[in-house]
Design a protein around this ligand. Structure first.
Ligand code: C6P
Length: 418
């Protein structure tokens, strides 16, 4: 099979020109094929330049000074918050909390909402496919508070078991449901709006892990009707060090703060403190200002390309990828069929260890991730210690799918000689 032409208009060469890092040989004669964007995406020049410009011309601390630079930095930083609000259609900019990443957003929910609302008689629902950010953060609080956690299983075809989920909701009162929107391992797109509707009917609040959805598809938090939603800048063409926690205003207002420090207070005396309004109540200390600015530039970049178009292009990659991988003998795939999947292939090949596989692919210039991808329980469920994962993004071409397949055949040849 040869590379087909995408049905949507997607000027891949123009997009790739925005990502200078892609244009390099990583080994002699081996052009980089970057298939590790689920771990962290590359950054377009527009984002890099926005941060560069900020440091060259505007940097000062935010929310603190009346001088020109401090006001300009504050304006830029707050403008980014507004861009994120529009991007995910939150009702108010007060509902957008800057954090470091998805992990910190999750821990914030656990340590504020969770700590205030969960006790020994309570039950929350997670799923077997969750990332450690959404498992460990609850486990830490569970050790202290003693609530129970129930896990939604997955079906043999790599979907969330919605029947089992509904059964759990029927069986006993549930306080919170915290589930990923898109799996970082399988690429499964979970029915987030339906998950939220069912949870609300059962009286639970809903937390969505949006780390792998926001970069790849249009996300409207009001349409999903999630109570909280977490994601990271660095997976969506933005910088590392900045993430977002979206929360419904009434819930955020009722929650106690988590970290204390500058910016999150209204008044401090030696007897105690009162706290700032949203969103600042949850933003203690000097934030990652340049990264916040870069996040705004990333939102501009993705919006200009159009999230619908990005999603459509990636669906074409996913279809072509899975058509081509179906030809490779000995490949075991851990991904669902279309349409509820992202442009990810997670696999084992023959009995080649995932880390050996990633090394052989790297020697061919193809960058993939190997391991448990911070989803150890999911790998325990599959009964494999590790998998290799090729994850695609808006700057990957269909011909890079072909290069992955060629590299897989190279790995097979190498191991069959042993
Ligand atoms: N997954 C991956 O290679 P942070 O590290 O905080 O930005 O994101 C954590 C996280 C939370 N939820 C999901 C669904 C994720 O995929 C991730 C990050 C990366 O799959 C790094 S482990």
């Amino acid at each position: 099979m040869t590379t087909s032409t995408p049905a949507i208009t997607w000027d891949i060469e123009a997009v790739r020109a925005d990502f200078p890092i892609l244009d390099q040989e990583v080994h002699p004669g081996k052009q980089l094929v970057f298939l590790d964007s689920a771990a962290s995406s590359q950054k377009p020049v527009q984002v890099i330049e926005s941060m560069n410009h900020y440091y060259r011309h505007t940097h000062a601390n935010v929310h603190r000074g009346v001088h020109v630079l401090s006001e300009a930095a504050t304006a830029l930083y707050e403008e980014s918050r507004g861009k994120v609000q529009k991007f995910i259609n939150a009702a108010s900019r007060k509902e957008i909390i800057f954090t470091r990443n998805t992990t910190e957003s999750m821990n914030l929910i656990v340590q504020t909402w969770g700590r205030a609302n969960l006790g020994p008689n309570d039950v929350i629902v997670l799923s077997v496919m969750e990332h450690h950010a959404n498992l460990t953060s609850w486990h830490i609080l569970q050790q202290e508070k003693g609530f129970r956690i129930r896990y939604v299983p997955i079906t043999p075809d790599f979907h969330l078991d919605m029947e089992a989920y509904q059964q759990i909701l029927r069986e006993e009162p549930i306080k919170a449901v915290s589930i990923m929107h898109v799996s970082n391992v399988m690429g499964t797109v979970n029915p987030m709006a339906e998950i939220a509707r069912l949870a609300h009917e059962a009286g639970a609040i809903v937390i969505g892990d949006g780390a792998q959805s926001v970069p790849h598809m249009p996300v409207d938090v009001q349409a999903l009707n999630v109570d909280f939603y977490a994601f990271s800048g660095h997976k969506m063409c933005g910088p590392t060090g900045v993430g977002i926690l979206y929360g419904k205003r009434a819930l955020l207002e009722a929650m106690p703060p988590w970290m204390g420090g500058g910016d999150m207070i209204r008044r401090v005396t030696l007897e105690g403190s009162t706290f700032n309004d949203l969103p600042y109540k949850f933003e203690a200390g000097t934030p990652a200002i340049a990264e916040g600015v870069g996040m705004g530039a990333a939102v501009d970049y993705l919006s200009a390309l159009g999230m619908e178009r990005i999603h459509a292009y990636e669906q074409e990659i996913a279809d072509y990828l899975h058509d081509r991988l179906a030809e490779v003998p000995g490949l075991r795939l851990f991904n669902p069929d279309a349409p509820h999947r992202s442009a990810v292939a997670t696999f084992t090949l023959d009995d080649i260890h995932a880390h050996d596989m990633a090394q052989i692919l790297d020697a061919e210039g193809v960058a993939v991730r190997a391991g448990h991808h911070c989803a150890m329980p999911l790998h325990q469920h599959f009964n494999v210690p590790a998998t290799s994962r090729a994850s695609f993004y808006l700057y990957n071409s269909l011909s890079e799918v072909d290069k992955l397949v060629e590299a897989l055949y190279a790995a097979k040849r190498r191991f069959s000689r042993k």
